[in-house]
Design a protein around this ligand. Structure first.
Ligand SMILES: [Zn+2]
Ligand SMILES: [Zn+2]
Length: 328
C-alpha cells in the first residue's frame, strides 16, 4: 500500500517566496494525515494535488502562529467545498476553544463530520468534541501507551517535548503488513479468483471446498513485513521523549531552525540546531532525516544546515516545499 509524504511548508516563523510555514502531509490508504497548518498552507495543499474531499486527520504540534494559523482558513475553504468526508483534528488543550471562537465570531461552519480531540498530557486523557457548536465534550478517554489513534492499519502516538509552550511530537506507525502475495500458489490450489483472493492476500484464513486454508502455511503469502514509521518533531529542544517516540523511524522530520554557530540562541529560544536534529536521528536509529522549519536567515545558504547535519547523520535531506517522498 503506497505511503507518501509531501512537504507543504518548511519555513520557520515567516513565509518566504520559496518556503511556506510549517505543514506536512502523508497520503495513505485513501486518506490524508497532516502535521501542522501554517498560514496559507491550503495553497500548497492544492498545488500538491491533494484532494479536498478525502478523509483527513490533522495533528497540531503546538499553538505558535506559524503552526496553526492556517487551520481556520482551511476549514472555511472546506465548508465552501461541500465536503462530506470526515475530519478529525488533534492537538493540545484549548484546540476546541480556538476553533469555537471562529465559529462564534466568524461563523465558521462544518457540514461534514468533524471531531476535535484535545490531548491532555497532565491527566493522560483525550477529550473529544463533536462538531464546532457544542462546548461540552462528547467523550473523555484514557490514553494508553501514548496511543491517541488506533485502527487496523496504523496507529498514531504522541510525546510531550521541550519547547516554550506545550508541544507534542507525533509518530505515524503502520502495523506489520502481510507478506508478499504468490498468486501462482493460489492457482495451483485451484481457488478461483474471487473475494477469497483478497482475504488470502491480507493473510486471512479462508474456507474452500470444505477445507481451511492458511495462506501462511500454504506459501500463499510470505513472512509479514514490518510496517513503516514516520515521526514529526514539532518545535523543540532535544528531548528524550522524542527519541523514545521515534525509535527506528523510517523518516524523522525534525525542525532545524538554526545552524550550529547559533546554538546559544537555539537554546534560549527552545529550538534545535542542524546538529541537534542529526543527533536525535542517530540516537533513535532513524533511517532518514528531513530538516525543516528553516529560519529566514538561511534563505540563501540553507545548504549549510544540511552539511552540518550530514557530518553526524549522512542520510539527511533538506525540506523544500512540495518535495515528495514515497516510502517503499
Ligand atoms: Zn515554529
Ligand atoms: Zn514554536
Amino acid at each position: 500500500m503506497s505511503l507518501d509524504l509531501i512537504i507543504l511548508g518548511s519555513s520557520a516563523a515567516t513565509p518566504t517566496r520559496e518556503r511556506n510555514l510549517s505543514s506536512i502531509a502523508l497520503r495513505y490508504r485513501n486518506q490524508i494525515i497532516l502535521f501542522d497548518c501554517g498560514e496559507d498552507f491550503q495553497r500548497r495543499f492544492a498545488e500538491a494535488g491533494l484532494k479536498f474531499n478525502k478523509p483527513l486527520m490533522i495533528f497540531i504540534s503546538h499553538f505558535h502562529g506559524d503552526h496553526i494559523i492556517g487551520l481556520p482558513g482551511f476549514l472555511f475553504r472546506l465548508s465552501l467545498n461541500e465536503r462530506t468526508a470526515p475530519l478529525s483534528v488533534f492537538g493540545p488543550r484549548n484546540l476546541f476553544l480556538y476553533l469555537y471562537t471562529h465559529y462564534k465570531i466568524l461563523g465558521l461552519k462544518a457540514k461534514y463530520p468533524i471531531k476535535i480531540v484535545e490531548i491532555d498530557y497532565t491527566t493522560g486523557e483525550l477529550i473529544e468534541f463533536e462538531g464546532l457548536e457544542s462546548e461540552t465534550p462528547k467523550t473523555t478517554s484514557k490514553i494508553t501507551d501514548k496511543i491517541i489513534f488506533d485502527t487496523k492499519y496504523f496507529s498514531m502516538k504522541f510525546a510531550l517535548v521541550d519547547h516554550s509552550v506545550i508541544t507534542y511530537a507525533y509518530s505515524f506507525i503502520e502495523k506489520p503488513r502481510p507478506g508478499k502475495f504468490n498468486p501462482e500458489r493460489v492457482r495451483e490450489l485451484a481457488i478461483p479468483e474471487s473475494h477469497l483472493w483478497s482475504k488470502l492476500q491480507e493473510g486471512q484464513m479462508v474456507e474452500f471446498n470444505g477445507k481451511e486454508i492458511d495462506p501462511n502455511k500454504e506459501g500463499i503469502v510470505g513472512p509479514k513485513r514490518p510496517g513503516r514509521k514516520i515521526t514529526y518533531s514539532g518545535d523543540l529542544r532535544p528531548t528524550k521523549s522524542l527519541i523514545d517516540l521515534g525509535k527506528n523511524s523510517d523518516i524523522l522530520i525534525h525542525e532545524a531552525t538554526f545552524a550550529v554557530k547559533l546554538a546559544e540562541i537555539a537554546k534560549e529560544k527552545k529550538h534545535s540546531t542542524s546538529t541537534d536534529a542529526a543527533m536525535d536521528a542517530k540516537e533513535m536509529n532513524a533511517k532518514q532525516l528531513i530538516l525543516t522549519h528553516i529560519s529566514t536567515r538561511y534563505q540563501e545558504d540553507a545548504l549549510k544546515l544540511l552539511e552540518e547535519a550530514k557530518e553526524i547523520f549522512p542520510n539527511t535531506i533538506l525540506a523544500e516545499d512540495l518535495l515528495k517522498i514515497e516510502l517503499k
